[in-house]
Design a protein around this ligand. Structure first.
Ligand code: SAM
Length: 281
């Protein structure tokens, strides 16, 4: 069971710790949501899991109880210190490997390179969710499954439809790699302190035909989306000749006129551009 609201406040008091808003320190206090996260993750009997921001260790304990080896990343030294004290045994047994680090710089914690089959389960600090997801893509070592607590708007932005104002570069990168298998609205009351935004618990699974854009193509698409309402033909003219040529070929093959705007192009068509550009820059 996670700590109740009063247990959470007294633990925080004992640690002399005021929850830090800028680190998204909204701790889970609802047992059903912790349970639901584990259920959605559907983990193997003794798997490997990365957890971002273990905080007071609620989800961490549940993952350990489920027989997982947990690679956790926590930026807050006081909270990390508390986990080191409460989970000494798991740490000594090598079941919990805690990194005191920024998850954007260390998106998989200390997960060894030799482990290819792993999952990520996390109640994310909302301020870093997009940057952290990009860092995960950069590792080129994608988990089969992620169960993530995110801000509702962030989920809606990632799975936004072309032509909407929410549709953006990260929507294209993630939706070509992962499918959204489940989503559940989560009440603000499930956290202490209650956040000022709505949350959603999601499960995303690696697609069978997952396509991972190279980092240079991601940079190009991100740059194109800073001018999302400009015509692709004129955006292409600003690029080096070989890139301009490939963009033109891509538009012609997809029967998109040069006057098409980035925000109108479906995610699967951006994948075609990614394939054409692969190995060229
Ligand atoms: N897992 C806990 C739970 O569910 O109750 C806490 C989740 S809380 C929403 C987010 C946690 O992420 C906090 O412990 C916070 O200190 C940590 N955090 C914030 N920014 C971080 C970063 N850049 N890298 C690693 N951890 C971070």
């Amino acid at each position: 069971m996670p700590l109740s609201p009063s247990e959470t406040t007294s633990l925080l008091e004992r640690l002399g710790h005021l929850p830090k808003k800028k680190l998204g320190q909204n701790f889970l206090i609802d047992g059903n949501i912790v349970e639901k996260s584990l259920q959605l993750a559907d983990l193997p009997a003794s798997g490997d899991v990365v957890e971002i921001g273990p905080g007071l260790g609620t989800l961490t304990r549940k993952l350990l109880d489920a027989g997982q080896t947990v690679y956790a990343v926590e930026i807050d030294h006081r909270l990390a210190e508390n986990i080191e004290k409460t989970e000494t045994k798991a740490i000594q047994q090598g079941k919990l490997i805690l990194s005191r680090a920024d998850a954007v710089k260390m998106p998989l914690g200390s997960l060894p390179d030799s482990i290819a089959n792993y999952a990520i389960v996390a109640n994310l600090p909302y301020a870093i969710s997009s940057a952290w997801l990009e860092s995960v893509l950069n590792t080129q070592r994608l988990p089969q499954r992620m169960v993530l607590m995110m801000q509702k708007e962030a989920v809606e932005r990632i799975w936004a439809k072309p032509g909407t104002k929410e549709y953006h570069a990260l929507s294209i990168f993630i939706s070509n790699t992962y499918q959204l298998t489940e989503k559940h609205a989560v009440s603000r009351k499930c956290f202490y302190p209650a956040p000022a935004v709505d949350s959603m618990l999601i499960r995303i699974d690696l697609k069978e035909d997952a396509f991972l854009f190279s980092s240079s193509t991601r940079a190009l698409i991100r740059k194109i989306f800073t001018q999302r309402r400009k015509q692709l033909g004129s955006l292409a003219r600003k690029e080096a000749p070989e890139i301009k040529e490939i963009i033109q070929q891509w538009l012609d093959e997809g029967e998109h006129p040069s006057s098409s705007r980035p925000e109108q192009i479906p995610s699967s068509d951006w994948k075609r551009l990614g394939i054409l550009l692969a190995g060229t820059h």
